[in-house]
Design a protein around this ligand. Sequence first.
Ligand code: TGC
Ligand code: FAD
Length: 393
Amino acid sequence: MTAAPVTMPDAVDFIDVAALLTDEERLVRDTVRAFVRDRVLPNIAEWFEAGALPRDLGTQLGSLGVLGMHLEGYGCPGAGAVAYGVACLELEAGDSGVRSFASVQGSLAMYAIYRFGDEAQKRAWLPAMARGELVGCFGLSEPDFGSNPAGMRTSARRDGSDWILDGTKMWITNGSIADLAVVWAQTEDGIRGFIVPRETRGFSSSNIHRKLSLRASVTSELIFAGCRVPADALLPQGRGLGAPLACLNEARYGIVWGSMGAARSCYETALEYSKTRVQFDRPIGGYQLTQAKLVDMLLELNKGTLLALHVGRSKERGRVHPATISLAKLNNVREALQIARQARTILGANGVTLEYPVIRHMNNLESVLTYEGTSEMHTLIVGKEITGLDAFT
Ligand code: TGC
Ligand code: FAD
C-alpha cells in the first residue's frame, strides 16, 4: 500500500501547529482573526498615529467573547487556556494595544476580582466587565517602583470601617478610561487589593502623552489623595505581593501567545514584500541574505508558537510553574522583537512607515518587552529557579 503524499508545509505555520489545536480552538482562531481583519486592520494605523482607541472597542471585544474568556461563570465563557492564548495571538497580530486591552481587562482586573473577590464583588462587576460595558485597570506599578513592586508607597489605612488610599500609580493601561481600578496598596496587614470605582472622590487620573510605543492604547497615571472607599472595596482573599503576582502570571501567559501574533504579522508582511520587491532585476526574496532572514524568522515564529502551545496545555492540566511562564515570555517577546527588526530591514524604507504594520509592531514590542516584568526580571526569575540563588538584590 502506498502512503498518502505528504502535504506541502505552510509558509507561515511550517510545522503545522494548527494540527495540534482542537476544532473549538480553530473556531476561536478564525473568529478573532476575522474580527481583526474587519474591525482592527482597516483603522489601526490611524488609531496608532492619533494615539487613541475607539470608545466602543470594549463592547466590541465583549461581544467577541474575549474579555475574561478563560474565567468561568459570571458571564464569562470558561474557555481553555489554549483557546484564550489563540485569541491573544490573533488580537496581537492586529496590534499589541488591542491585546493589551483584553489582557488588562480579563487577565488582570477581572482575574483579580474573580480570584480574590467575594461573591458580591464578582456578581457586581464581572458580568458587565465581560460584556465590555465596564472597563477595568490594574494599578501595581508606581513612579519609583516598577520592577520591585514590593516597595510600593501607595497606602491604605483604616478609618472606622472605611479605607483611605493615598499614593500614585504609574503607567497604568486604560487608567483614564477605566470605570474601576484594581489598586494594590500597603496596609498594616501587608499588600492588599482594592476595587476603586472611577467616581470615588480623591481618585483622579491623567494620560501619559508622547509615547512612541503602544500608541493605540491609553496609558495613565492614577492619583489617590485621601481617597475613601468602603470596607467592601477590599478584595478579601488576596494577601501579600503574591496576590498581584498571581494576576501577572495570567497576563504574562497571554503575552507568550500574543507576541507570536505580532511576529507572525511582521513575518507575513516581509515574506510577501520579498516576493514582489525587485532590485537588480530580481525579487529580493531570491537573494540568499533575504532568505536567511526569512528562514530565521520562520524558525523562531514556529518554535515560539509551539512553546506557547506547550505552556498552554500544561496550564490546562494545572501544571505550569510561574517561572515556566517567565521563560516563555522572555523567549517569545525577545524573538518577536528580533523578527520585527529583521522584517523592518527587508522592507527597506517602506519599513519605517505606517503603510505597513512592521514598525508599529516593532515599537509596540518594546513596551511588551518591559511590561509584565522586564526581560531582565524574567531572566532573574528563571536564574533563581535553576540556581536556587536570588540575584534581584
Ligand atoms: P518574592 O519574595 O519573590 O515573592 C513575594 C511573594 O509572592 C510569591 N510569588 C508569586 N506568586 C504567584 N505568582 C508569581 N509569579 C510569584 N512570584 C512570587 C512568593 O512566593 C511570595 O509569596 P509569600 O507567600 O512567600 O509571601 O518577591 P520579590 O519582592 O523578591 O519580587 C519578585 C519579583 C522581582 C520576581 C517580582 O517583584 C516581579 O515579578 N517584578 C516584576 C513586576 C512586574 O511584572 N510588574 C508588572 C506590572 S502590571 C503590568 O505591567 C501590566 S501591562 C498590561 C498590558 O498593557 O498588557
Ligand atoms: P525599572 O524597574 O526602573 O527598570 C529599569 C531597568 O532596570 C530595566 O531594564 C530593568 O530590567 C532593570 N532592573 C531593575 N531592577 C533590576 C535588577 N535587580 N537587576 C537587573 N536589572 C534590573 N504597570 C501596571 O501596574 N499596570 C499596567 O497596566 C501597566 N501598563 C503598562 C503599559 C505600558 C505601555 C508600559 C510601558 C508599562 C506599563 N506598566 C504597567 C508598567 C510596567 O510594568 C513597568 O514599566 C515595568 O514593570 C518596569 O518598571 P519600570 O518601568 O519602573 O522600570
